[in-house]
Design a protein around this ligand. Structure first.
Ligand code: AMP
Length: 402
């Protein structure tokens, strides 16, 4: 589903576009509409699923629809300062073209920061991203005005309970108006989270985004290249990696057709598979591939799910799949039986963020293999998702149009 279909505010769509997002991830598809309707949410979603934008976008949209001045409208409570910084960077990106203001408030014994935070709280920053302890310290000083609060988000709620923040969370929520909208996100759903949800949420919509992990025996590798180096790299991989059956995934059928043509011209025994082929033709290709007659198959994601071909020992992602779920399905086509398998992903410059999100989701950094020297210099792997740090500042969007 494309972001333009949610009916979000145009200034927000601009921020989404600038962040490089086109299609919503599954968690975004499932939680954005009910949040827009005003429902409470309890969602099990891990980091890497796109959960941050899933709650930020509808919240910011609703704030833009109904303007209000000088009062804090949303509080996002998170377990760690790292997550607070990360969410507030996300927020800055997505709200860049709006006038929504925000501040991250987190622990650390810095008097200067405390003063900055106090000012932002007193002036009513629209969105506060905070760790529980620090927020309580401010609440105790009696200048936090929650009378205009519309949204509460608890992110990584299971981690917060594990860290012993239960009482702090209760104290913060007790200071909030009861008629707010509350959203709870948690990687796991143990009983204590259900109990917390009963105390904090009202008639919530429940969303489960279960992510399967790739089998351990699949060797995962990635190459970081420029777009123009992809075809020479595929040829080099096919020449230097021993395999019986290789499946190459491309996101679009035009890419499938073009890559197959190029490989055939270079004398590789490759066939293609995509939705333009007649059913009979597809079956013929699948039979040829499973029987070993066709050693290399170039395909769209039509082949990433459901089809079990035990002989595949090499999967090449010619492009980075849309999300972690697709990645797991694609690479799961190899190493199906007792055989070992190798899954290689080719990452162009503009796909680095997407791949970093997938790495986060599968909870593992995929080894980056050096590209053969004859292909020339390659870009560094510097996805935005990994950017750490960032200062504590009182961010104000202020229609920063260029
Ligand atoms: P999160 O699960 O919120 O930590 O997000 C993981 C990563 O996915 C972050 O780097 C986001 O910038 C990125 N991301 C979130 N939503 C999308 C989307 N719809 N399309 C592409 N990337 C996204």
């Amino acid at each position: 589903m494309r972001f333009t279909e949610f009916g979000l505010h145009p200034d927000l769509l601009e921020g989404i576009d600038a962040s490089g997002y086109e299609n919503a991830t599954p968690v975004q598809e499932q939680v954005i509409p009910p949040i827009l309707e005003g429902r409470d949410i309890i969602a099990s979603a891990q980091t890497g699923t796109g959960k941050t934008a899933a709650f930020l976008l509808p919240m910011i949209h609703k704030m833009l629809e109904h303007k209000s001045e000088g009062l804090t409208r949303a509080i996002i409570i998170v377990p760690t300062r790292e997550l607070a910084i990360q969410i507030s960077q996300h927020l800055e990106g997505l709200s860049y073209f709006t006038n929504i203001s925000s501040i991250a408030i987190y622990g650390g014994n810095d008097g200067q920061n405390f003063v900055t935070e106090k000012k932002a709280l007193q002036s009513g920053a629209d969105i506060i991203v905070c760790t529980p302890g620090r927020m309580i310290a401010h609440i105790n000083m009696n200048y936090v005005n929650m009378s205009g609060l519309q949204f509460l988000v608890l992110d990584e709620a299971d981690r917060m309970l594990d860290m012993g923040f239960q009482d702090d969370i209760n104290r913060i929520t007790q200071a909030m108006p009861a008629n707010r909208q509350s959203l709870l996100f948690s990687a796991t759903m143990p009983q204590k989270i259900r109990q917390l949800a009963r105390n904090i949420l009202t008639n919530p919509v429940e969303v489960n985004i279960a992510i399967s992990k790739p089998p351990e025996k699949i060797v995962q590798r990635a190459y970081v290249v420029y777009e123009t180096q992809k075809i020479p790299l595929v040829k080099s991989i096919l020449q230097t990696t021993p395999f019986k059956s290789a499946l190459i995934f491309c996101g679009r059928k035009n890419e499938v057709k073009q890559l197959t043509r190029t490989l055939k011209m270079a004398k590789f025994d490759a066939s293609e598979m995509h939705s333009d082929l007649e059913q009979a033709h597809r079956e013929e290709v699948i039979n040829g591939f499973t029987s070993g007659r066709i050693p290399i198959l170039v395909a769209t994601d039509i082949l990433s799910r459901g089809i079990d071909i035990d002989t595949i020992d090499l999967v090449i992602n010619y492009d980075v799949p849309h999300d972690g779920e697709d990645y797991v399905h694609r690479i799961g086509r190899t190493a199906r039986a007792e055989a070992d398998g190798m899954a290689v992903t080719i990452i162009s410059e503009k796909e680095q963020n997407k791949f970093a999100a997938i790495e986060e989701l599968i909870g593992k950094e995929v080894e980056k293999t050096p590209v053969p020297e004859e292909l020339g210099a390659v870009p560094p792997y510097q996805p935005r998702a990994r950017r750490s740090g960032g200062g504590r500042k009182f961010h104000h969007g202020g229609n920063k149009r260029h």
